[in-house]
Design a protein around this ligand. Structure first.
Ligand code: IVC
Ligand code: ATP
Ligand code: AKG
Ligand code: FE2
Ligand code: MG
Length: 308
């Protein structure tokens, strides 16, 4: 951290009731320098319990949500399906589930999001991650990556992720691991890591990041929320407990972001995979573009949808 930020931090910790403006200024400075900002106790216990109940209903197949992708860990992908949360490692694209999508419109979340990306806010990508106990092959890990690798829109500074712990997350159950300041670099080349036990579909990792770069483990309590930049290198460790580690998240982009063509860039490999899956999911041919797959999922949550 810069000296300015460190002095502000000391000031805030030594004051009984630090002025809100100083806390805000420090928070913003921290985000600019580190690429993430952790806010404790932001989402209420009641809301999280509601998200959890909705997740369980989806797992029991009591409701069917259009467009929802239900992922299973690669270690059990080929075993018989049981309608239980034990078979689900992640829900993706829950924008058509009003109860889960409430998360993306929570005023306490949007208040921060607006500070980072401005008043026009699109919810572009939604996930509920149910990291399973590791089956012994370390497939519950998420390799270190930059989320921008998945996104064909820019500018990066107008994109932010909100990630809320739905229970205590620790090093034991595979909390997020971040490389502070890595968001100041550029988008790196990503590919599947060479892991003996297998890797989940689309879990690309940064090719050769600096292993000496300091790492921070974000241990969080239920309701704590981290906001992070799409260039921040992050991942999550193995879940070494018997519980399913839950988190809910949304990636927001400004309504005046623009789409880019990823042809000829490092993102070509993910485009290819996404198009293959999308062609099956929407039962269309090769004509579907990467841009289309995002434009149909994006939902306006505040302000105006200008160019997304
Ligand atoms: C910033 C953000 C974007 C970062 C990320 O989200 S990174 C993760 C991105 N992930 C995704 O976008 C979702 C990718 N996953 C999916 O779309 C789906 O789960 C699919 C992989 C297509 C599987 O779905 P579905 O076809 O309904 O499932 P099936 O049980 O019928 O399996 C079809 C074939 O896929 C295989 N499969 C299923 N789950 C996984 C897995 N986790 N890892 C690797 N392979 C998997 C499954 O074994 C089956 O293979 P075959 O029998 O065809 O050989
Ligand atoms: N060989 C590797 N290549 C790339 N990324 C890795 C590799 N091993 C671990 N990671 C990633 O590094 C991050 C931390 O994983 P790891 O399993 O080491 O957790 P940890 O919290 O450091 O655990 P521990 O407390 O045992 O050190 C995760 O994002 C994980 O996916
Ligand atoms: O919750 C996790 O383990 C991290 C997920 C993540 O970073 C992602 O899906 O992009
Ligand atoms: Fe990520
Ligand atoms: Mg380790």
């Amino acid at each position: 951290m810069s000296r300015a930020a460190e002095r502000l931090r000391l000031l805030i910790t030594h004051l009984d009731r630090p002025p809100a403006a100083i806390v805000s200024f420090y928070s913003r400075l921290f985000y600019e320098e580190n690429g993430f900002l952790l806010i404790k106790n932001l989402v209420s216990e009641e809301d999280i319990d509601r998200f959890r109940r909705e997740f369980e209903r989806i797992c029991r197949q009591e409701i069917k949500v259009p467009g929802l992708v239900v992922m299973r860990d690669v270690a059990i992908a080929k075993s018989e399906f049981v309608p239980d949360q034990k078979a689900v490692s992640k829900l993706q694209d829950f924008q058509e589930d009003p109860e889960l999508f409430r998360y993306c419109s929570l005023p306490e979340i949007l208040k921060y999001v607006e500070c980072f990306i401005g008043p026009n806010i699109m919810a572009m990508h939604t996930m509920l991650i149910n990291k399973p106990p590791d089956a012994g092959k370390k497939t519950s890990r998420h390799p270190m990556h930059q989320d921008l690798h998945y996104f064909p829109f820019r500018p990066a500074d107008r994109i932010v992720c909100a990630w809320t712990a739905m229970e205590k997350v620790s090093r034991q159950n595979g909390c997020l691991v971040v490389l502070p300041g890595s968001h100041k670099g550029t988008l790196q080349e990503h590919d599947y890591p060479e892991w003996e036990g297998g890797v989940n579909k689309m879990y690309h990792g940064v090719r050769g990041y600096d292993p000496q770069h300091p790492r921070v483990h974000l241990e969080m309590e239920k309701g704590d929320t981290v906001f992070f930049h799409p260039l921040l290198i992050h991942g999550s460790g193995m879940n070494q407990t018997q519980g399913f580690r839950k988190a809910i998240s949304c990636h927001y982009a400004s309504g005046d972001c623009y789409y880019i063509d990823v042809k000829g860039t490092t993102q070509e490999n993910i485009e290819k995979e996404v198009k293959e899956i999308a062609a099956r999911k929407y039962a269309v041919g090769d004509e579907i573009t990467l841009k289309d797959t995002w434009a149909v999922r994006g939902r306006l949550v505040q302000g105006a949808r200008i160019s997304m």
